[in-house]
Structures are given as C-alpha cells and as structure tokens.
Design a protein around this ligand. Structure first.
Ligand SMILES: [Cu+2]
Length: 124
C-alpha cells in the first residue's frame, strides 16, 4: 500500500487562500484612494449660546465629522434639517456628529434647545 505523504487535496486550500489573498489585494487597489474615503473633520464650540466660529467649512464629496464642544453649563442639541442630524451634547462635554458626503453648498445648523444659536457649514 502506497502512502502519499503529500496528498494533492492538502495543498489546495493553501492555493485557494493565496488566490483569495491576491483577489483581495486587487479589490483593495481597485477601490478609491484612502483619502477619498476618510472623513474630513471640523471642530466647533458653543459658548454663551453662540457657535464659535459661527461658520465652518469642509470639503465636498467626503463624509464629515463635526466635533462639537459644549462649553456652556446647559445641554445643547446640535441639529440641522438639511444635514439630517441631531445630537444632544451635555453641558461641559463634547460629541461628534457624523455627516454624509455632501455637495457644495451652505448647510445651516442650530441648537434645538436654544434656537437663536445658529451656524452654517460651508461645503466647497
Ligand atoms: Cu431636536
């Protein structure tokens, strides 16, 4: 009886894995460059019920992370109808509001708890 120490079947999974790895690498290179996928980030604070600065800007066609720092002693709610976001940020704390990739334009936002507190995101 002949004993095959290296049956072909045992080799196959390794080759398959190698092929999948190659395929995966190809997919990785075929997709968009990393910079296009990465979130743009922009920071804003709220102090005495005013956004500081009241106008922020971000690049178009990239998801945006807006870091909101609430320096007031009251909670606020960062809200925007056009951006379709709302997030409560406790007094003296901060939060990140993630926004989808946007077309160029002006997107208004406000504090839903103090509606006179307003700002605008300029996307260009
Ligand atoms: Cu609200």
């Amino acid at each position: 009886m002949q004993v095959n120490l290296f049956p072909r079947r045992a080799v196959r999974p390794v080759r398959t894995l190698f092929a999948i790895t190659l395929l995966g690498t190809g997919v990785l290179f075929a997709s968009e460059p990393a910079s296009a996928q990465q979130n743009a980030s922009v920071a804003i604070s709220v102090k005495d019920h005013r956004f500081q600065p009241s106008q922020i800007s971000a690049p178009a066609n990239r998801p945006i992370s807006i870091k909101v720092k609430n320096l007031d002693t009251a909670p606020m709610e960062f809200e925007s109808v056009s951006l379709r976001v709302e997030k409560v940020i406790a007094a003296g704390s901060e939060g990140v509001v993630n926004v989808r990739a946007l077309a160029p334009g002006r997107y208004e936002f406000f504090d839903d708890f103090h509606q006179e507190t307003r700002g605008v995101l300029v996307v260009e």
